[in-house]
Write a protein that binds this ligand. Structure first.
Ligand SMILES: [Fe+2]
Length: 243
């Protein structure tokens, strides 16, 4: 099934729900035609939110990264399940599509990567990030965190390792591990990935992108999305970067 083109800008505006009861899903903005009962991607969304619970999410003592990674691994990707969230745009490196914010302590995003395109090296604003490849393959370049240097001194990023993740593989990163950039490993096919960020620090405070050659970091605002709950976000200028 092909990745859908974005709806016309004249379509109804989608706005991000910012107030939901603790521990409740955002039913207001969920697509009523999609039921978790017969959609295993939505069942995964619900399972992630069940694991995160009404607490502070992944930093709580009763929530483990492994449990969420296991839930993501158990879901076998089927394009028909998540296709309504996968809005693409050939003019961008990739699109960031908002799926859910669970108990308000996390962001669940679906990213659509154009062939051969990728992100800049970036940090994760102190948050945890779990990524699952839903379609295609993604290359992760992991960098060491640059040491603090004088304002005008340049220090190239140092690569620790490069890994290609294939369909249904799951990985985890945080600032304790390092910086990374993500690229679509294919020069001909679109790739799609699911990202859980918790807490949603990048949405609130932005993250940092890094120049490979100089190590210089730049603040990136991350509060906009290409689509919200499967509808093109026409209320804000969605930027093509990700933390
Ligand atoms: Fe990232």
């Amino acid at each position: 099934m092909p990745i859908p083109h974005p709806p016309s800008p004249t379509e109804k505006k989608a706005t991000l729900c910012t107030r939901i009861p603790r521990g409740e899903l955002c039913r207001t903005h969920s697509n009523p035609n999609l039921k978790a009962d017969d959609n295993r991607f939505l069942s995964l969304r619900d399972e992630i939110n069940r694991i995160l619970g009404p607490s502070s999410g992944i930093d709580s003592s009763d929530v483990s990264v492994d449990e969420i990674m296991d839930a993501m691994k158990q879901y076998i990707s089927s394009e028909k399940d998540w296709n309504s969230f996968a809005l693409s745009d050939p003019s961008r490196n990739y699109t960031r599509n908002f799926v859910d914010h669970g108990n308000g302590k996390a962001n669940l995003l679906l990213l659509v990567w154009n062939p051969g395109k990728g992100s800049l090296p970036h940090d994760h604003a102190g948050a945890h990030c779990i990524m699952k490849v839903l379609k295609g393959s993604l290359r992760e370049t992991l960098y060491n965190i640059p040491e603090a240097t004088a304002e005008n001194k340049q220090q190239p990023l140092s690569v620790r390792k490069t890994t290609v993740y294939g369909n249904d593989e799951v990985t985890y990163i945080s600032d304790d591990i390092g910086l990374h950039k993500i690229e679509n490993a294919s020069s001909t096919e679109i790739a799609v990935s699911l990202h859980l960020y918790t807490p949603p620090y990048a949405e609130k405070n932005g993250c940092h992108a890094f120049d490979v050659k100089t190590g210089k970091k730049t603040k990136v605002e991350m509060c906009t999305y290409y689509s919200l709950y499967g509808q093109r976000n026409v209320t804000q200028e969605a930027k093509g970067r990700s933390c």
